[in-house]
Write a protein that binds this ligand. Structure first.
Ligand code: CMP
Length: 141
């Protein structure tokens, strides 16, 4: 089915000038960018976005990293967009990311793993509304 998913290019990948390289991978895979926004998240925003991880041992480090510089946030739309984006990103822990994936090529650590992607269609809807409360553009073809 045609789905939407939220994608974040994390501060370490932005700092490496890899925004274009990463967005190209999504487009080459047939995912269309239907919304995009660059911002430097506040501690409050990052804590709210990752609220499900509050209390976990990596939470403080994750929030510190995600607020360390600007991120590029986009909504990707296409056939099986949630799973397709996760395939393109590779495993969350870059030590387990397959060769040729975004995390294999651009991650520096488990926390600095270059990209975030929604893990399911229902969480995608919540994450998209978090960054794009005004909605996204209609898909073009
Ligand atoms: P992300 O997809 O952004 O979702 C939560 C993030 O927490 C994850 O990618 C990792 O960058 C980070 N993280 C750091 N340590 C862990 C861990 N042990 N388990 C899961 N996520 C972790």
């Amino acid at each position: 089915a045609i789905e939407q998913t939220l994608s974040i290019i994390k501060p370490n990948a932005v700092a490496k000038n890899a925004i274009g390289a990463i967005l190209s991978r999504f487009e080459a895979a047939g995912l269309q960018i239907v919304a995009a926004r660059m911002l430097h998240m506040s501690k409050e925003q990052a804590s709210a976005f990752y609220g499900i991880h509050q209390g976990k041992p990596f939470f403080d480090e994750l929030v510190a990293f995600m607020t360390s510089g600007p991120v590029m946030v986009q909504v990707l739309e296409g056939e099986d967009a949630v799973a397709k984006n996760r395939d393109i990103m590779g495993a969350t822990n870059p030590a387990n990311a397959a060769p040729g994936t975004i995390r294999a090529d651009f991650a520096d650590s488990f926390t600095e793993n270059a990209a975030h992607g929604s893990d399911a269609a229902d969480t995608a809807a919540v994450e998209i509304a978090f960054f794009f409360p005004e909605g996204v553009c209609p898909r073009t073809r």
